[in-house]
Design a protein around this ligand. Sequence first.
Ligand SMILES: Nc1ncnc2c1ncn2[C@@H]1O[C@H](COP(=O)(O)OP(=O)(O)O)[C@@H](O)[C@H]1O
Ligand SMILES: CC(=O)OP(=O)(O)O
Ligand SMILES: [Mg+2]
Length: 403
Amino acid sequence: MTTPTRVLVLNSGSSSVKYQLLDMRDTSRLAVGLVERIGEDTSRLKHTPLAVEGAETREFEGPIADHAAALAAVAAELAKDGLGLDSPELAAVGHRVVHGGKYFTVPTVIDDAVLKEIKRLIPVAPLHNPANVMGIEVAMELRPDLPQVAVFDTSFHTTMPESAARYAIDVATADEHRIHRYGFHGTSHAYVSRETAKLLGKAPAEVNVIVLHLGNGASASAVRGGRCVDTSMGLTPLEGLVMGTRSGDIDPAVIFHLNRVAGMDIDTIDALLNKKSGMIGLCGDNDMREITRRMNEGDDSARLAFEIYVHRLKKYIGAYSAVLGHVDALTFTAGVGENSTAVREAAVAGLEGFGLAVDPVLNETRADGARLISPPAARVAVAVVPTDEELEIATSAYALVRG
Ligand SMILES: Nc1ncnc2c1ncn2[C@@H]1O[C@H](COP(=O)(O)OP(=O)(O)O)[C@@H](O)[C@H]1O
Ligand SMILES: CC(=O)OP(=O)(O)O
Ligand SMILES: [Mg+2]
């Protein structure tokens, strides 16, 4: 029998599943797809079997109740193309797991004890770890013999020094309850910072990079010589930048006030800050395309939301410039970072004193792949680097199972 060389990657988000089937001999994609709006009546599955000659993208719309149902639908689509989970060519399933706490510093083969720990971390990643667990359980049920590998969002950030990773709260309380800054999107920050070094023609050890991962969830990281030294998310993916539906940084006393004065209970406040804040809370939309369209039509609330978003970004760019001391590159990635020329332009505007500038023509030029958008003479490179969490997860999972 030939050695299996394929890896199925499941990237389960709070309301979506992105998946890819890769052949690791050349990292080519055999199938890619997405299930969106899980839990709503208008869930959508989009599946593209790239390995099947002449096959076209298939799309379905209709209610998909939860991540287990979504994964069953994905498995069925893959099976239609002869790429199902029963394939002997599968070497592993790689799972994005958002919270790995302090324990998981590297990709890990999932057994009962690992799964138990991922479940124990649900309270600190309530939007994400439950979805990750469902993905793991469905895949395990379909192929109990296959290695299931967890690749953690938190791993890349475990190199942060204590000065960045600790909150200034009572040490005994923090230690007893493991209250610590963990950071997320680490797979993306790792991949994108390495690709940025490549774009500059240097080794990762030679460059200091600020990465802005701006998707629905958003985070910034300061990467010195390939190692993360600070990141904007903390105990949970709520801290830091303004996001699609999350507030990012606030005075923690807002929570006391909402409880004591506004009479909200803690679960209501949790939902308010995680699901009804950020851009959706500020202007009713969380899609940057819609926000910029409204802004260009003169909508004041969309403009203010955009300005708050950009103001927070600037603060982190300044902070991480100071943390790093010397910055070689500022890199934009993920849905907003890769696509929104308006956000990139506004985030860097006025930062000439930091050596930062964006060339308007390069910024507007649409292109696949990593590219520079700063003027040739700029002191700090500004880059757009498409993230590829799925490739990074597949590479890690395959390396682990191949030994
Ligand atoms: N062409 C575009 N212009 C501006 N923003 C975009 C564009 N395409 C996608 N986005 C933004 O990217 C977001 C999704 O980013 P993504 O990295 O896929 O997020 P997630 O992984 O958290 O689901 C969308 O909500 C939208 O705001
Ligand atoms: C950790 C996190 O915020 O992830 P996402 O951006 O996928 O929601
Ligand atoms: Mg994402």
